[in-house]
Design a protein around this ligand. Structure first.
Ligand code: NAI
Length: 331
């Protein structure tokens, strides 16, 4: 059985080869992302394995189905890049890795927050230049601050628990309230109250057509002046041009993003010798109070092991027994 894996980086090969114990599985790796330009190279393939920025639109899925592909295996949790309706219509079965170390993403979110509020990114550079001055490094305690969390699923829940441990007041909005979190002290409120009350706002909900650009000029104006916003979920939750304006007006005190709405043109690649023509990301990176990481929140050894193991098991499950392991079914 053959798997064709797109957006393959050296670390993907390392973990997938390590967990591919079966003699029957051949994995063909393509470094390029999956899109209409490449879908027709797929040959004799049972499953196509894709990542966050691969484009699984209806035409791409149509080509894959015509070429005999049976399974789309997402090696990620988010699935906003797949046209599930088209997949279902074409008889393609889709699986994902529903959870791969939610703690990895939650801990990275905390790392971003601590960098921004204690300015360790500046301190690191400063002492290397033998500048031991503290001017400009003034931070604030997280203890006692109100942390607003949007989406308290696996990652949001892990993040809430860490923040409670810091002595923060945690308020949250989710379509479903989590009983454990309520018991632990998290206070569920309507979204607009969470936005209006939080000192720090962290996004952990999936991107859907309904919440696209939920953070925009209008919603930001209702937030506290100086609010710190962290997004490790999906770039499309934030309207980049409008948050840039809010940063210029100093309404947003700091911004940490591990995801960016145009990230597929940039992230996971070394562009250090290129001229980047995305002025929005360049503007964001020019702010001293903005931290950008390139979709690395998941990137720990524990998560990579789980991604490879769960993906290979799901595909084998389909192949050998038609077993719907981690299958995504349209309701
Ligand atoms: P999950 O499915 O366990 O939790 C998502 C939560 O969001 C659920 O409780 C759901 O009820 C809630 N939700 C759905 N729509 C909402 C809305 N409009 N407003 C508020 N809450 C809403 O998912 P998990 O594992 O916690 O992942 C969350 C997101 O994190 C993923 O969708 C993905 O976009 C992102 N992610 C980012 C990674 C990174 O490396 N930066 C890695 C893995 C996931």
């Amino acid at each position: 059985m053959k798997i064709t894996l797109f957006s393959a980086k050296p670390y993907d090969r390392q973990y997938f080869d390590r967990f591919n114990n079966s003699q029957d599985i051949e994995i063909e790796y393509y470094e390029t992302h999956l899109g209409p330009h490449i879908a027709n190279v797929v040959e004799d393939t049972y499953a196509v394995c894709a990542f966050v920025n691969d484009k699984l639109s209806a035409p791409v899925l149509q080509t894959l189905a015509e070429r005999g592909v049976k399974v789309i295996a997402l090696r990620c949790a988010g699935f906003n890049n797949v046209d599930l309706e088209a997949a279902s219509r074409l008889g393609l079965r889709v699986c994902r890795v529903p959870a791969y170390s939610p703690e990895a993403v939650a801990e990275h979110t905390v790392a971003m927050l601590l960098t921004l509020n204690r300015k360790t990114h500046k301190a690191y550079n400063r002492v290397r230049e033998q500048n031991f001055s503290l001017n400009g490094l003034l931070g604030f305690n997280l203890h006692g601050k109100t942390i607003g969390v949007v989406g308290t699923g696996k990652i949001g829940k892990a993040f809430c628990k860490i923040m409670l441990g810091f002595g923060c007041k945690v308020i949250a909005y989710d379509i479903y309230e989590d009983a454990d979190l309520k018991q632990a002290g998290v206070n569920y409120l309507p979204l607009k109250e969470v936005l209006a009350t939080a000192d720090v706002l962290s996004l952990h909900c999936p991107l859907t057509p309904e919440n696209h650009y939920m953070i925009n000029g209008e919603s930001i104006r209702k937030m506290k002046k100086g609010v710190v916003i962290i997004n490790t979920s999906r770039g499309g939750l934030i309207c980049t041009t409008e948050i840039i304006e809010a940063l210029k007006e100093k309404h947003v005190g700091a911004l940490g993003i591990d995801v960016y709405e145009q990230e597929e043109k940039l992230f996971f690649r070394d562009l250090s010798e290129n001229i980047i023509d995305d002025d929005n990301i360049q503007r964001l990176m020019s702010f001293p109070n903005v931290l950008v990481t390139a979709h690395q929140a998941f990137f720990t050894d524990e998560a990579m092991r789980q991604i490879a193991e769960v993906t290979l098991n799901s595909i084998t499950g389909f192949y050998t027994a038609n077993e719907p392991a981690n299958e995504m079914i349209l309701i």
